[in-house]
Design a protein around this ligand. Structure first.
Ligand SMILES: *[C@@H]1O[C@H](CO)[C@@H](O)[C@H](O)[C@H]1NC(C)=O
Ligand SMILES: *[C@@H]1O[C@H](CO)[C@@H](O)[C@H](O)[C@H]1NC(C)=O
Ligand SMILES: *[C@@H]1O[C@H](CO)[C@@H](O)[C@H](O)[C@H]1NC(C)=O
Ligand SMILES: *[C@@H]1O[C@H](CO)[C@@H](O)[C@H](O)[C@H]1NC(C)=O
Ligand SMILES: *[C@@H]1O[C@H](CO)[C@@H](O)[C@H](O)[C@H]1NC(C)=O
Ligand SMILES: *[C@@H]1O[C@H](CO)[C@@H](O)[C@H](O)[C@H]1NC(C)=O
Ligand SMILES: *[C@@H]1O[C@H](CO)[C@@H](O)[C@H](O)[C@H]1NC(C)=O
Length: 314
């Protein structure tokens, strides 16, 4: 009974192995150009050494190992055979090494064990690069295309933004097998570090791009701000009035240099920080945004009361 089970089990295993099933894991072996491939059998080292181990690719001899080793041309310094398991290491891979590999083993009991697998050698992914917009981007106005490229065999491209996967939807569209991300229109929150990762089963590379979306619209004027500006305007008016008053008094009392002193007083007040706020109130908060967008490069909102406001209003 026990022997019957043992025999049928042995037969089952041998039948499987003879058909080449299960000697290698399913699927192909992937290698990088210049790298190393391992063809690892699942054979347990036998009590008695194998009599013949023969490895071929596309029918051509790689190594036939008996008491002597016969090694095919081009493999002399590239292979290592494990004679107890039949596993083979192949180094310094070239694209031409891709193909169907087969091993035939003759055991000490004259059984034949055959197995086959596929090697795919990939060009390493290198020189990854993202091309993005070279002009300034403005929230809700501009669009941006980011294009990810690299040398080598590329099977997948994935994008992240600030370390989180970037997914399509809303203003984000992927095209050209994920090579290209189109963002239209760009939003303020689209600013950040974009990374694309290009991979093949044997290697990968990444590139990054920092996108800056300019958001310069100053916040709408708060009631406090409006009140502050009103006070400032009043102070300016008073200052101008006082300046004119003293200027005129001075002019009247002075017989010489009247125009010079008089004119030097009045423009002074016009250059103070208060005056530049005055035109703002007349235009209201809504009138500002658009002009500021078109005229200015720097990404930060201009400080209130700077010359920028004057420029934008002209
Ligand atoms: C195993 O392969 C050898 C040649 O590689 C072939 O002669 C033999 O018939 C094969 N055996 C089986 C069981 O497939
Ligand atoms: C490709 O990558 C592998 C593994 O990183 C490396 O061993 C090999 O030298 C690279 N090949 C080339 C051509 O750079
Ligand atoms: C052959 O492979 C077996 C199993 O992985 C390992 O134990 C043994 O050390 C290897 N022999 C050589 C010469 O590398
Ligand atoms: C790998 O192969 C290339 C071209 O065939 C050769 O120039 C180089 O010396 C080899 N490198 C090694 C480590 O065998
Ligand atoms: C990326 O692409 C740009 C434009 O095509 C080029 O100027 C730049 O040199 C590339 N960088 C790399 C690392 O390939
Ligand atoms: C982005 O690419 C699309 C084509 O895929 C093109 O129609 C569009 O004008 C590009 N947008 C920008 C901002 O370059
Ligand atoms: C890798 O790229 C080379 C050259 O473009 C091509 O000949 C080869 O078939 C590609 N290999 C794979 C596995 O895609």
């Amino acid at each position: 009974m026990e022997t019957a089970v043992a025999i049928s089990l042995t037969l089952f295993i041998l039948t499987g192995l003879c058909a080449g099933q299960g000697l290698f894991p399913q699927g192909s072996v992937n290698g990088a150009e210049g790298g190393t491939a391992m063809f690892i059998t699942n054979l347990i080292p036998p009590a008695q050494p194998f009599i013949i181990i023969s490895w071929t690719v596309g029918g051509a001899n790689i190594i036939t190992s008996t008491s002597d080793d016969s090694i095919g041309p081009g493999y002399g310094d590239r292979i290592t055979l494990n004679k107890t398991t039949g596993s083979l290491e192949l180094r310094n891979l070239t694209l031409a090494d891709s193909g169907g590999y087969r091993v035939a083993i003759t055991t000490a009991t004259a059984e034949t064990i055959n197995g086959s697998t596929e090697l795919v050698v990939y060009e390493n992914v290198s020189d990854a690069n993202i091309t993005g917009p070279s002009n300034n981007l403005f929230a809700d106005v501009s669009s941006a295309n980011l294009t990810c490229e690299a040398a080598g065999n590329i099977t997948t491209i994935q994008w992240t933004k600030e370390g989180q996967p970037l997914s399509a939807g809303g203003n984000i569209l992927f095209s050209e097998e994920n090579r290209k991300v189109s963002i239209s229109p760009v939003k303020r929150h689209d600013s950040g570090e974009y990374v694309c990762k290009l991979t093949n089963p044997a290697s990968s590379a990444t590139a990054s791009y920092r996108m800056i979306v300019n958001y310069k619209t100053p916040p709408p004027l708060s009631p406090e701000g409006a009140a502050g500006i009103a006070v400032a305007v009043m102070l300016v008016v008073v200052a101008v009035a006082l300046g004119l008053y003293f200027g005129l008094t001075h002019q009247r009392n002075n017989s010489t240099n009247t125009t010079e002193t008089g004119s030097s007083h009045a423009p002074d007040t016009n250059h103070g920080p208060g005056t530049s706020l005055a035109p703002d109130t007349s235009h209201g908060p809504g009138a500002k945004g658009g002009r500021v967008y078109e005229n200015l490069g720097p990404p930060l909102p201009p400080p209130r009361g700077s010359n920028i406001y004057n420029r934008s209003i002209k």
